[in-house]
Design a protein around this ligand. Structure first.
Ligand SMILES: [Zn+2]
Length: 471
């Protein structure tokens, strides 16, 4: 399998360090809210790598952490707020305050939701999901080691910092070299007087009097871990000093992964992660999907409209993981319809016996081998669907094989077909929408489309006008 390695800046052949076993570490969710579909796209990338590796006969060991402590509101790497001023909070604690419950109940609630969403999207389970709050001892040990090796120092307040200058290849993943980084730019706690150098970051943070939950006793006083150290501690604990692949969203490239690499390598005296694979941003209806912008789509939103959650998976597969893509309600409802169409054909084809078509399978494997070109695989699927030279039984067996990686449940029975009953309300909505489109009032047009989807009606715009179908 070939994938784009951010660190080497090219597509490389993935060769497991231990033959037959692929070790993957995936940055998991911070469980203070529901993961949105943009986060799911990153988790799907890991799932595709895992499924294709298994398809090729490898055993996959996948560890995905659950961040239930230490992820501060400004740890995004996007800059802005200065945590050193004490004006930001642990995300889990902040949400606990909002929902008036204790921090760990918040964490467990959103962790449960995360697992439900993964299941709905057919994302296979990891080998283990270690929680940050249950790995504190590991982090303390790792920090002790880094202090001993002079890669970290304890500030007067009891906060422990990583000494960025002690790690000479800092910047290899992101290209952000230390001497080019400006003070205060994209750094947490830039004004902390205990810091020796602006690019140093906190491994362990001293808890002030205001913080009463999620703190632990350490040789440096009572406090809580920084976000980056948890991934180093958990990945090394569960996968060892040699990990094949580390995945995450492109946002995590810097500083999260850069800092993690420095901590892990400094502790293990070796390059711990062989390949860094990042998934691109997801836009939703033309804008970046993020909580701060209010432009968020949840798996539950799609369910609420009566759409198959695997329509999300199909829509995401239409684009390669490292190209930015725009997900829309239109594309999700079209995918919902496509899923049902293929499932209907599969039911028909399943009535004949057959075997896997070698030619199609070779093309399928070559598309995935070539940096997970899922778009090409879906085109191939559509060609096969129409290819009358391949027998029904062969088509059935071949698509089943494709679905081991695609994970779309294509052997499932389609939903019973429903006729669309055009009530006066629907007729009115369609007329208003047609008029809005003539006037190029896209906002109104989209609002009506959403109303129709809520009524169980999908809509497709073409040259001949609006085509409706039952969802
Ligand atoms: Zn991480």
């Amino acid at each position: 399998m070939k994938l784009y390695d951010t660190s080497r800046r090219e597509v490389v052949e993935i060769t497991p360090l231990v033959p037959g076993v692929l070790k993957i570490y995936a940055c998991g969710p911070t469980v203070y809210r529901d993961a949105h579909v943009g986060n799911m796209r990153t988790f799907l990338l890991t799932d595709l790598i895992k499924r294709f590796a298994q398809y090729q006969g490898l055993n996959v060991e996948l560890i995905q952490n659950i961040t239930d402590v230490g992820h501060m509101a400004d740890d995004t790497g996007l800059g802005g707020i200065d945590e050193g001023q004490g004006d930001t909070e642990d995300r889990v604690l902040a949400q606990a305050k909002t929902e008036s419950v204790d921090a760990l109940s918040i964490a467990r609630k959103y962790e449960d939701n995360f697992h439900k969403d993964l299941k709905l999207l057919n994302i296979q389970k990891a080998t283990k999901y270690p929680r940050a709050s249950e790995s504190i001892e590991l982090m303390i040990e790792l920090i002790k080691q880094l202090i001993e090796k002079k890669h970290a120092y304890v500030g007067k307040s009891g906060t422990v910092f990583f000494d960025a200058k002690s790690f000479s290849s800092y910047g290899q993943i992101s290209g952000n070299k230390l001497d080019e980084l400006q003070p205060g730019y994209r750094f947490e706690g830039k004004s902390d007087p205990d810091k020796k150098f602006h690019a140093d970051w906190a491994l362990w943070k001293h808890a002030g009097e205001n913080r009463t939950q999620l703190t632990w006793e350490t040789p440096w006083g009572r406090g809580y871990p920084g976000w980056h150290i948890e991934c180093s501690a958990m990945s090394i604990k569960f996968l060892g000093n040699k990990i094949d692949i580390h995945t995450g969203g492109i946002d995590l490239r810097f500083p999260h992964h850069e800092d993690e690499r420095a901590q892990s390598n400094a502790s293990a005296n070796t390059e711990v992660v062989n390949y860094w694979i990042h998934g691109e941003h997801l836009l939703f209806e033309g804008r970046k999907m993020s909580k701060s912008s209010g432009n968020v789509l949840l798996v539950s939103d799609v369910l609420a409209k009566g759409l198959d959650p695997l329509a999300i998976r199909l829509s995401l597969l239409e684009h390669r993981y490292r190209s930015q893509m725009d997900l829309t309600w239109n594309s999700i409802s079209a995918s919902h319809k496509n899923l049902n169409r293929i499932r209907e054909k599969m039911q028909e084809w399943s009535k004949s016996s057959g075997s896997v078509d070698k030619n199609y399978l070779a093309q399928f494997e070559s598309a995935l081998n070539g940096d997970l070109d899922t778009n090409k695989v879906l085109q191939l699927l559509r060609t096969l669907e129409k290819d009358e030279t391949v027998s029904n039984g062969d088509r059935y067996q071949t698509v089943l094989k494709f679905d081991e990686v695609l994970g779309l449940d294509l052997h499932h029975a389609p939903e019973a077909k429903k006729e669309v009953e055009i009530t006066p309300e629907i007729k009115g909505l369609l007329e208003t929408r047609a008029k809005a489109r003539l006037e190029k009032n896209w906002k109104l047009s989209d609002e009506i489309r959403d109303k129709l989807i809520a009524l169980g009606i999908g809509i497709k715009d073409s040259d001949s006008g609006q085509e409706i179908f039952s969802l």
